[in-house]
Structures are given as C-alpha cells and as structure tokens.
Design a protein around this ligand. Structure first.
Ligand SMILES: Cc1ncc(COP(=O)(O)O)c(C=O)c1O
Length: 380
C-alpha cells in the first residue's frame, strides 16, 4: 500500500514504561499506572472516576448489567453500529431495539428513537460514530422526559467532547475502547465511566467477580467475599503502562489526526463544484469537538462507492467501508428486522467509505489520497 489505512502511534518512551511496570512487579490490575491513567483523565478530560476494563465491550456489559433489566426490557441503540452494545443487552436479558441513524452524522436518529420508546424502554445507548458527538442536549432531554437511562458507547470517542464536555461522561454510563485500531491504544482495553458514585461501588464488585475486594483494598471492610454475580473485567498492568505512554502525547495525536481531516476537507471542498454533490465530505456539527477517529466520505450511490473503493485500492490507497448494519446482519434478520426498517443505516452501509487517517500521514499523503479519489470519481 502507498498509504496505509491505519498505523499505531508509537510513543518514544513506551518500552521504558513497560519495563518500569515489569520491574514494579505487580502485573495484575489497578497498580501504579491505573492511578496515573485516572489522573490523566481527571486533569485533561474532567473525568473524576473510571474503571479500566479489558475492552469497551466489557464496559458496556457492566453498564447494561447495572441497569438490572427484567426479561423483555428494551434498550434503544443505532443499527449502524458494532455489535457489542446489542450483545450486552441480550446477555443481560433485554431486547435491543434497533433505531435508524441521522444521515448527516451517522449517529442515532432521535426522531426514530423517540418513535420507538415504549413502556418497556429502560435506556438509550447511542454511539458517537467516528468520534463525533451525538446531539447530547437533545438526547439527554429525550431520555429525561421518559425517565430512561443513557449509556454512551464512546468506544471511538476518547478525548472527544460535546460543547466542551468529554464524551462518555455525559450520560449515566460511558464506555471507551483502547483497542489497537483506536486513537489511543494498548492492544485490547477499555474503560467504564459512571456518574453515580454509589453505582461505581457496585460496578467495582461486578468487575471483580462479584466480590467487595475493592472495598477491602480501600480498607472499608476487614475481608472480602462473594456478594453478587460478577465477572473478571480487569485491565492488566502491561496494558495500562502502554496506554499511559500513548496518552501522554494525546494532544499531538489529536492534532496530527485533525491535520489529516482538515486537509481532506479543504481538498474535497476545493473540488466541490466538479464533484457536484456526488461525493460529500464528512460533516462535523458545531457542537462537536471530535478526536478525528475516522474520516469518511458519502458517495452518491453503491455503484459509485464500489468503483471508487476498488479503484483507490488498485492505486495503493487503503480505503474501507464500515459496519454491516445490525438490522441487515444474520442475527438482525433472525430478530425480525427487514432491510428498509432503517433506511439511513442501509444507505451508510452502501455509500460510506473511510479514508486513511493516522498520525504518520503527511500533507502529501492526503493529496495522494484525494488525487486518487477524484481520479476514480472521474473528475480529475
Ligand atoms: C462503536 C463501538 N462500540 C464498541 C466497540 C468494541 O470495542 P472493544 O473492541 O474495545 O470491545 C467498538 C470497536 O470497534 C466500536 O466501534
């Protein structure tokens, strides 16, 4: 490939932090680097407390478990999505209700969510697609007016904000991912955020096999034992050290990704007349300060997206489509969904194309990408 889709940012001190963690000796969880990570998120993102988990999937499972769903309780989530949230709802006895997306942002359509709220709805679980925020004032108002919880799937949105407030920290619960492909990564990893300190205590138990070990470690009990059904959702020390090394450079990482996104936007806007709306650049609403996790374009139709995708791959530019919407998937169909149930999600599936974006890209790489794109769209 001439331009890779993704490259992991390699902070210069990562091996030193890893060695330090090894020398420290305690490789399980919640060691020295957990404290440093918590301080980082407190100082840079205003997040007062969080639990580090093996994945965003685990964090979403903790959040859904804390809802205490009764069989048949419903949770609204977007169809254009990764399956983790829907799996978590099913795992804890609920029914995922798949909503359509807003074509402008690819985030959950609040109109559709509003129509799908029923007496059984217990929560709304939005995803901040591409690290771009949902309209959180409207979303929180909708949830508040029905007394339902909000779980933010902020897997893609670490260090993104909505009107200055960090995503993941606005709803009742939030989930982050530090998977290899995310902006800040340690291979596999995640974090669980929770507004209510009392529920955070319960989350600590659920995360540690249903024991009150965390209370014991804080010297609030003289011993610890099994209190409720739980699991092991811990992040190991090696991962926390690798993640900390990356997060020290979070501003540079975000600035480099922003430069790529800005370059694409300028180059595509410059070609807007030639493209005459057949390819649209990604939109960032004014309320959103994204982390530039993804840069995507919207093509006129499936045929054009496929022609551009195949042509760009042949030019050595690693471009990718994204989610197969949940309602179109094998399991979605088995749950009774049909293709036209979420037309916006179907359209994103057919027409969205992600361009390369990572910290190692230069201005010239961005020009190479857009040059190939325009050539393949037949307008260069
Ligand atoms: C929106 C969304 N939610 C959840 C996940 C799952 O994250 P993890 O791999 O950390 O479990 C992903 C991963 O790509 C995602 O994009």
């Amino acid at each position: 490939m001439i331009v890779n889709f993704y490259e992991r940012y390699q902070p210069k001190d990562q091996t030193r932090f890893l060695e330090d963690a090894l020398i420290d000796g305690f490789l399980s969880t919640d060691g020295k680097y957990t404290g440093l990570l918590k301080a980082h998120f407190d100082q840079s993102a205003g997040i007062k407390d969080m639990l580090f988990t093996p994945s965003a999937t685990a964090a979403l499972e903790l959040a859904v478990q804390l809802l205490g769903l009764a069989p048949g309780d419903e949770v609204l989530l977007p169809s254009y999505n990764f399956p983790s949230a829907a799996n978590a709802v099913i795992k804890y006895g609920g029914v995922p209700v798949l909503c359509d997306i807003d074509p402008a942002t690819k985030n959950i359509s609040l109109e559709d969510a509003g129509l799908k709220i029923s007496r059984k709805t217990r929560a709304i679980l939005p995803t901040h697609y591409a690290g771009i925020s949902c309209d959180m004032d409207r979303l929180m108002e909708l949830a508040g007016s029905y007394g339902i919880a909000v779980i933010e799937d902020a897997a893609q949105a670490v260090h993104s904000a909505y009107r200055g407030v960090s995503l993941g920290s606005i709803g009742d619960f939030g989930a982050y991912s530090f998977h290899h492909t995310k902006n800040f990564s340690c291979g596999e990893g995640g974090a669980f955020l929770c507004k209510d300190p009392a529920r955070m205590d319960l989350a600590e138990m659920l995360r540690d096999n249903g024991t009150d070990k965390a209370q014991f470690q804080k010297q609030k009990t003289s011993s610890y034992s099994w209190q409720c059904a739980g699991s092991n959702y811990m992040m190991s020390t090696a991962c926390t050290a690798l993640l900390y090394a990356q997060l020290l450079d979070y501003e540079q990482i975000t600035a480099k990704r922003k430069a790529v996104s800005d370059a694409y936007h300028t180059l595509l806007s410059g070609a807007a007349e030639k493209l005459s709306g057949r390819i649209k650049p990604m939109e960032i609403p004014s309320y959103s300060a994204p982390n530039y996790h993804i840069y995507y374009i919207d093509c006129e139709d499936f045929e054009m997206r496929e022609a551009v995708r195949k042509g760009m791959l042949a030019d050595g530019i690693d471009v990718r489509t994204h989610f197969v919407p949940l309602h179109l998937s094998g399991y979605g169909k088995a749950l009774g969904y049909e293709a036209q149930d979420c037309p916006g999600s179907l359209s994103a599936y057919e027409t969205l194309l992600r361009l390369p974006i990572h910290t190692e890209m230069t201005e010239s790489d961005c020009e190479t990408v857009v040059c190939s794109l325009l050539k393949q769209a037949g307008v260069s």
